[in-house]
Design a protein around this ligand. Structure first.
Ligand code: HEM
Length: 117
């Protein structure tokens, strides 16, 4: 079971790479107000949701205590991220505030994950 959990954490990290990596490729364009929600961001956000829920299930199946408040905060932030990326996925130019919010919330979730014990 531990190997499976670690493998899913690996997929969770690939999801971060896709979501945050997609955002980073658009930062210069964001400065000009021409950023796009690239497909990698939508796929990354969906990967975070699927692997995150799977990790909660696997930990509970193993009898581990899950920090439900921390997971709830991470899930709430991801719902906002996913909503923004999904709704604006076809826009040629996304306003910097909405685009920047995706990067900021993703970064916040990374630090919540690693600093909140
Ligand atoms: C943008 C959204 C997210 C980011 C950036 C993110 C980031 C991370 C990172 C960096 C880790 C590894 C560090 C650690 O073990 O604490 C992690 C682990 C974890 N994440 Fe996420 N996460 C996100 C969304 C979610 C969601 C929505 C859920 C659940 C619904 C979730 C559930 C978990 C769980 C249960 C672990 C623990 C894995 C383990 O230690 O076995 N994550 N997350």
């Amino acid at each position: 079971m531990d190997v499976l959990i670690h493998a899913v954490v690996g997929l969770h990290i690939i999801g971060i790479a896709s979501l945050l990596g997609g955002f980073l490729t658009q930062m210069k364009a964001m400065g000009r107000g021409e950023a796009r929600m690239v497909p990698a961001m939508l796929h990354g956000a969906l990967t975070m949701l699927v692997t995150g829920v799977a990790l909660v299930g696997l930990h509970q199946a193993q009898g581990d205590t899950v920090n439900t408040v921390k997971i709830g905060v991470k899930l709430a932030l991801l719902v906002v991220i996913l909503g923004l990326v999904y709704v604006k996925r076809d826009e040629e130019k996304v306003e910097p505030a909405a685009f920047g919010a995706v990067g900021a919330l993703t970064t916040a979730n990374i630090f919540i994950a690693v600093l909140w014990v």
